[in-house]
Design a protein around this ligand. Structure first.
Ligand SMILES: C[S@@+](CC[C@H](N)C(=O)[O-])C[C@H]1O[C@@H](n2cnc3c(N)ncnc32)[C@H](O)[C@@H]1O
Length: 428
């Protein structure tokens, strides 16, 4: 039998020591498990450690006589998992400790089993309060992110951080080609699945997360899983049948599919830089019985893969810091560095400027990110508008203030992820 804590420690090790994202590392470990319940526990342990990393790290380190280094780091990560169980789960402490010590053995660090046992027993006995001695500890967030949020949102940063620690809700996107949202809500109600409509037209919010296999006709394409904020992209771009549309950063294809559900006769070109992620675009199109030209290419060098005409509409869902989706991907806090933001902003600017050249006069480009940092959002668009004579910003009805540059959704707003949208019109 597989030891769940050992699997969780391997995933956490990959994230923290090797910079692999948890959405890649976790499924690799979960693959070894059969039961959904076991998979869920491994996920809970990994996500929990990512959410509370600084406090757990400090607590464990305070009980160690010297830090574990090199290959032994995985035992440190195992201790974080042990500590997380003691503070944040209902697992009986004796089971948490003995299973975690057993995991140490399974990881082939026989010589450290006593250390794991000893440290966790002491933590359980003494139950020290988790430290809040610095802001990084109090908010379990790196100082550079806190600083940027404090600058950008002097009145809201604490609420943003708090929201980023919440467990995200599960959102569905009704496939309007299969049935109306009201009909899908009815089908959910018949299965006693509690759900309510979201603000955008296809969005459905579930009261609790569940396996997609239990949703009515999911595998036949009746609905998709997509956050409420991401679902605004398609309606804000407003694709029309017969138009040539570019989804410039398309993988895994959530927004591409939504565009086609709204305008099935549109000629959609879905492009992404990452070949592996493009497989997911194909899978999503297939499940939903939709058609697009899927191209492996660079959105900053369209001429290398496209010889057709310019596009009527472009969706640019740009690579970004993902600071708006920390509640879904808490590992982002530890994988991103402050210097990445400058690099990302440069890349976004390059892609945006290049895509603009491929937009027909009279066409619309929707710029989107799942970031909440102004450098990647309003400041990016402000600089673009200043440098681009034929670009005009169209105010969105959802914006808090008509004079804002684009619509910044903050995490938790109407239960959505943090997201940013700016709609640009190309003058004739
Ligand atoms: C935010 S994700 C897109 C999510 C997607 N629009 C959806 O809704 O499912 C950003 C994507 O941009 C891709 N990307 C990054 N740089 C790129 C480039 N220069 N050209 C094309 N795609 C790029 C990444 O591989 C990633 O899949």
């Amino acid at each position: 039998m597989k030891n769940l804590r050992a699997l969780a420690a391997k995933a956490v090790f990959q994230v923290l020591e090797q910079g692999v994202s948890l959405s890649v590392a976790l499924p690799q470990q979960q693959r070894h498990l059969e039961s959904g319940k076991d998979k869920a526990l491994v996920a809970e342990l990994c996500y929990g450690v990512m959410r509370h990393l600084p406090q757990l790290d400090k607590c464990v380190s305070d009980f160690m006589s010297k830090p574990l280094k090199g290959k032994q780091r995985i035992v440190h990560q195992l201790l974080l998992i042990g500590c997380y169980q003691l503070y944040f789960t209902r697992i009986p402490p004796h089971a948490a400790i003995s299973e975690t010590a057993e995991a140490c053995r399974k990881l082939k660090f026989e010589g450290l089993v006593k250390v794991v046992n000893g440290v966790l027993r002491r933590i359980q006995r003494e139950q020290p309060e988790l430290s809040k001695a610095a802001q990084t500890l109090e908010f379990n967030t790196p100082a550079w992110i806190l600083k940027r949020l404090q600058q950008a949102y002097p009145d809201q940063w604490q609420q943003i951080v708090e929201q980023s620690h919440q467990r995200p809700p599960m959102w569905l996107r009704n496939n309007q080609r299969s049935q109306t949202r009201a009909q899908y809500l009815q089908a959910l109600a018949e299965l006693e699945i509690d759900a309510c409509p979201g603000v955008s037209s296809d969005a459905i919010l579930l009261s609790r997360a569940r396996d997609v296999a239990s949703l009515p006709d999911f595998h036949q394409g009746a609905a998709s899983v997509q956050d409420g904020a991401a679902q605004w992209a398609a309606s804000l771009l407003a694709p029309q049948n017969g138009e040539l549309i570019l989804d410039a950063c398309a993988a895994p294809g959530g927004k591409s599919c939504h565009l086609l559900e709204i305008a099935p006769q549109a000629n959609l070109v879905a492009v992404d830089f990452d070949e592996k992620r493009l497989e997911r675009v194909h899978q999503n199109l297939e499940r939903l019985s939709l058609d697009a030209q899927v191209i492996h290419g660079d959105a900053a060098q369209i001429d290398t893969w496209w010889h057709g005409e310019k596009f009527d509409r472009i969706l640019l869902d740009a690579p970004c810091s993902a600071t708006g989706v920390i509640r879904r991907h808490p590992d982002i806090k530890w994988l991103r560095q402050a210097a990445d933001i400058t690099e990302l902003a440069k890349l976004q600017q390059q892609i945006l400027t290049h895509c603009w050249q491929w937009l027909k006069p009279g066409g619309t480009l929707l710029y989107a990110t799942c970031s909440i940092l102004p450098e990647e959002n309003a400041q990016q668009i402000e600089a673009f508008l200043a440098a681009t004579q034929d670009a005009e910003l169209q105010a969105l009805p959802q914006q808090a203030n008509e004079r804002d540059i684009g619509w910044q959704i903050l995490p938790g707003q109407d239960n959505m992820d943090g997201f940013y949208y700016a709609r640009l019109y190309k003058k004739r």
